[in-house]
Each structure stands twice: as C-alpha cells, then as structure tokens.
Design a binder for this molecule. Sequence first.
Ligand SMILES: Nc1ncnc2c1ncn2[C@@H]1O[C@H](COP(=O)(O)OP(=O)(O)O)[C@@H](O)[C@H]1O
Ligand SMILES: [Mg+2]
Length: 322
Amino acid sequence: MSLLRVENLSVSFRTSAEPLQVVDGISFSVARGETLGLVGESGCGKSVTAQALLGLLPPKKSLVSGSIQLDGQELTTLEIDQWRKVRGRKISMVFQDPMTSLNPLLTIGAQIREVVALHQKLSGKALEEEATAWLAKVGIPDPLARLNAYPFEFSGGMRQRVLIALALSGRPDLLVADEPTTALDVTIQAQILELLRKLQEEFGMGMIFITHDLGVVERISDRIAVMYAGRIAETGPSSQILSSPLHPYTDGLLESVPGFRPRRSRLVSIGGTVPSPGAWPPGCRFHPRCHRVLDRCRTDIPPVTEKAGCLWSCHNPLAQTP
Ligand SMILES: Nc1ncnc2c1ncn2[C@@H]1O[C@H](COP(=O)(O)OP(=O)(O)O)[C@@H](O)[C@H]1O
Ligand SMILES: [Mg+2]
C-alpha cells in the first residue's frame, strides 16, 4: 500500500472575482522509503501542492478538493486540532529559506528543545542531550557548543541542517522538502542532498523532493513527477524520465540542464514562460511552447495514458514504448 496517495487534488484561491485555480486535478503516490521528485518551472503549483499536503493553506482563502490519504488517513478533512497530531509526527516539511523558518531571537538550542519537547516527554539534561544528538545527526560539528548559537551565526547550509533536524525530530513517515537546496551554493547543495538521502534511508521515510531543477532530482529521486501549469505532465521511474522522457516539456527541461546531455553543444531553454493561473491556454497547457504541437493540442486536453509504471498526458509524446 502507498504511504501517500493523492487523488484528483485541486486547489483554488478565493479572490475578489472568480476563484483562481492553481492546482488542477493532480494524482500521485509515494511508497514507504521512496523519494518522489516533484519538478517543474517556477509558478507550476509545486509549493501550493506541498502546502495542501501539510494543511497549511488558509481555509478562508483557499478551496481544496480531491483526496490526500496518508497511511490510510484522509487529510483534507482534518480539523486544526487534529492537524497537530499529524504535522511533525506523520508528515513534516523543510522549506527553501531556513532564515525565515527559524526565529532569529532564539538560540538554535532553544528552538530544537522546543520542538523535541513536543514529541517526547523530556526536560532538563535529557532534553538537552536529545537536542544535541539531533544536531549531531544532521552533521553539525561541535553540537553541544552550537546549541547556544543564534541562527545568524550559522551559515545557510548549517541553518538548513537545523531545519532538517526540526522536521525530523518527530520521526515523520513522510518528509516534504520544498526546494531545500535552491538558496545554497552548489557544493553545499550536494552535501544537503546527501544528508537527506542518508537520513531518509536511516528512517525509512517517504520523501517528496520539490525542485525546479531536474539536475538535482536525478541524484535523489526514485520516481519523478513533472508538473506544468497546475497539472502533472508525466510521472515515472527516474531512470526512465531522465533517459527517455515522453512529454516534450520534460524533454525541454532536460535540454536546459547543464551537462545533462553532453553530446549537445549548447543548452536550449524552452521558449516562452509558464502561463499564470487564470490565463491557462485551452487544450494542452504546454501547447504554445511545444515544438511537437498538433492541431488537437490547441483544443483537447490530452488524456492520461498509463503504461509500465509511467503516466503521461500528451497527444504527441516523444518515444511511445511499443
Ligand atoms: N496565496 C496565494 N494566493 C493566490 N495565488 C497564489 C497563492 N500562492 C500561490 N499562488 C499562485 O499559484 C501559482 C503556483 O504557485 P507555487 O505553488 O508557489 O509555484 P511553484 O512552487 O511551482 O513555483 C503561482 O501563480 C502563484 O502566484
Ligand atoms: Mg515553490
């Protein structure tokens, strides 16, 4: 059974005019111990999807429909007090910018102790030891001394490690990491990816790794879901998606990853930009940017085709497996 099963999830925001739809009927699942890479350019609806998974969308301003089942429990109907038992313990999240998620006025130790105490009945010395152990677990050198440091005394990479410790301290079954390495230097990025991979394996948790960079998911994902303009363009095992994508959008993303296709002499970016919610074109939303566009792509929404663990939504896919 899947750990997470998302079915036909849609999210709209209430505006003064019509509700603005930003996620449109997406479905995917994550197995225990599996990492799903959720990829797509900025503005495709990845972060809104993550917020929906964690119940972080303001109920007065948003409409969520469809189903999100975590370990058999439906999350879309949870009340605020029920979320307290789920968030941090069953599902947790790491964000892009560790500075805004840490309190600049409190020491790292105070923040870790506070979160650890939510999950375990510990105090005094035992709480301090557990907090220190978490800093050590995420690779912070000299953890006992670092408990007294403030967030500004940590580098970006070290702050992200603290956030990972906070997110994992409740031993969640599923971690949602939303662009956790985007704000970091390339070498630090690689270290954080490696840390997440290691912890995921150690805890056997499922992970959704969100990024706009297909080059990053390559290293960490078992499967990849490619998102475009509120929908899923294509899903499949990483090796398949990266070596022989079916959707021209995935292919375009791969063309623009430096060094990914070494035989090519130059990087080709996809022309145009992601359409905004409210201005999604009819038919396939990618058609205005697609070099394989057919007449029907302009009018008909492509149906979802499924074969051998791959799902795609395209009228004219690249290399249809026989
Ligand atoms: N609270 C909100 N109210 C209205 N629109 C929003 C809100 N949050 C995000 N959006 C819009 O939803 C779309 C998807 O955003 P987001 O999920 O952040 O994209 P991504 O993470 O893929 O870059 C964007 O067009 C964004 O402007
Ligand atoms: Mg985002």
